[in-house]
Design a binder for this molecule. Structure first.
Ligand SMILES: NC(=O)c1ccc[n+]([C@@H]2O[C@H](COP(=O)([O-])OP(=O)(O)OC[C@H]3O[C@@H](n4cnc5c(N)ncnc54)[C@H](O)[C@@H]3O)[C@@H](O)[C@H]2O)c1
Length: 327
């Protein structure tokens, strides 16, 4: 049993990771300032574990990764750090690059320094496929030259460089997992920066038009959140991975038009689509080569896109039945 710190643990991916760690008997501390995450996400995890009679040890600390004292205090006694905290939106970073940079770069540096000083065993960093940008090669291999197209992508890539540097300079073991378009329950559908799958599902369930930026033929390697948790758990203990950058994804790609067709099939509803201009900073196609994660971590995606969509749809159907939208 290890003592783990999950920064951003009240967010979408962070809360699933917290659940995965608690289910395996690890003790978990969360550091989150609730900028985009919410305590409800963790309350939902606790309620689920309690329903299943699974004992757990969870501590939630409200604080910012930009506050060195709060980060140092949160790091006390920690074996493994899962650094998920970020302001994770391309669109937000175009509007407020300074704040995006502050949290995503300075915040990461602050977490790395505290992890180094506390002598943690390993830090696993939530990297992003946005590092690849619009290079034509598909699928994206980790050794392709990066080409970030937004302040968010620059910041996430800078975080990777800092991780590698801390491994080289200070022997702090770090592993970067580059996530590709993660989706699943608890992803916020209502923020102006919401990701496409929660937006499409909730629009469909509310009988509203699905907002589609561009022609819908752009494609993504949509990755169900359980696969990302699986990758993190493997990265925690895998040997010989310090300083590595690894894609964690499904390894396939789906266009937004295909996504809409899947959702129509799953719900039995016909989607009305509102076509909007393409967004600046968006890449055209994205698909991961997951060979390196397979080789070094023994990673295999556990849940495919269609099964992930079915599970996600079920979650929003239950959620919207409980709290219908305000009119
Ligand atoms: N969702 C994706 O498809 C995706 C893809 C690639 C990478 N990522 C990365 O995965 C991580 C988690 O993303 P997510 O989708 O769960 O987003 P999220 O917004 O749900 O989670 C981010 C969490 O970080 C917290 N946070 C933000 N600023 C903070 C600060 N200053 N101090 C402490 N906590 C702070 C938020 O409150 C939130 O709980 C991020 O690092 C993101 O860049 C996500």
């Amino acid at each position: 049993m290890a003592h783990c710190l999950v920064t951003g643990g009240a967010g979408f991916i962070g809360s699933h990771l917290v659940e995965g760690l608690l289910r395996r008997g690890h003790r978990v501390r969360v550091l989150d300032d609730f900028a985009t995450g919410t305590p409800h996400n963790l309350q939902a995890v606790e309620a689920q574990l309690a329903r299943e009679g699974i004992p757990y040890a969870l501590e939630v600390v409200e604080g910012s990764i930009l506050d060195p004292q709060a980060v140092a205090a949160a790091m006390a006694g920690i074996d493994y750090v899962f650094h998920q905290a970020a302001l994770p939106s391309v669109a937000f970073s175009l509007q407020d690059p300074l704040r995006s940079n502050r949290v995503n770069v300075e915040g990461t540096l602050c977490v790395l320094l505290a992890a180094r000083d506390a002598g943690v065993r390993r830090l696993i960093y939530a990297g992003s496929s946005s590092a690849y940008g619009d290079s034509p090669e598909l699928p994206k291999r980790e050794d392709l030259p990066p080409n970030p197209l937004s302040p968010y992508a620059v910041a996430k890539l800078t975080g990777e460089h800092y991780c590698r540097l801390f491994t080289q300079l200070y022997r702090l073991e770090t592993v970067t997992l580059r996530y590709f378009n993660v989706f699943g329950p608890r992803q916020n559908p209502d923020s102006q920066y919401a990701a496409v799958i929660p937006k499409f599902i909730t629009a469909l369930l509310r009988h509203e038009p699905l907002p589609l930026f561009g022609d819908g033929l752009q494609s993504r390697d949509f990755t169900y959140v359980d696969n990302v948790v699986h990758g993190n758990l493997l990265a925690m203990t895998a040997p010989e991975v310090a300083g590595q950058v690894l894609n964690v994804a499904n390894g396939s790609r789906t266009t937004l038009r295909q996504l809409i067709a899947y959702l129509e099939e799953l719900t039995g509803r016909r989607a009305e689509v509102a076509v909007l201009p393409p967004r600046p900073g968006d890449v055209r196609h994205s698909q991961a080569d997951i060979t390196r994660a397979k080789t070094l971590l023994g990673f295999e995606p556990l849940v495919d896109v269609k099964e992930g969509l079915a599970r996600t749809l079920k979650y929003y159907q239950q959620r919207l039945a409980v709290s219908p939208p305000c009119t």
